[in-house]
Design a binder for this molecule. Sequence first.
Ligand code: NI
Length: 174
Amino acid sequence: MAVLKIRKYGDPLLRRRTTPITEITDATRALVADMIDTMYDEVGIGLAAPQVGVSLRLMVVGDERGRAPRGLVNPSIVAEGGSLTAEEGCLSIPGIFADVTRSEWVHLEAQDLEGEPVKIEARGLFARVLQHELDHLDGVLFIDRLDPVTRDRIKRKIRKDGLADDHTHRAFAL
Ligand code: NI
């Protein structure tokens, strides 16, 4: 078990569409254990494999209180609805927070680490976490979902000031 280095905004791997996992191995399970360690070290409640430099369809999530962490293999959203706007941040874009509009609820299907099918019905914050992490697997970051004016303002700020260092406050980052 180990805390992994988080890839930051500007790293091309964060923009790549990830590859499905065809075989769940001990290496997959070891990676998930490390990702969970990393997520808690960073005080996150979700983390996607590209954020630790692995371009596979794999994420770890905790529940609404950040407990009961688990790995989800090859996740996909099979149904969603409603609309909810709330502040969001990302461990890969430290120090940046903005209101993001997403589906209020989602039904997600995935496999667990034994390859068994998993179905999750989520709403509110947990649904937001799942959508945010799934975006990571498609090379999408939360700032892509902002209106163009806000997005450009944030990009200018990052160019001018850089990203926050690793010791700033990062409540609710994914
Ligand atoms: Ni993120």
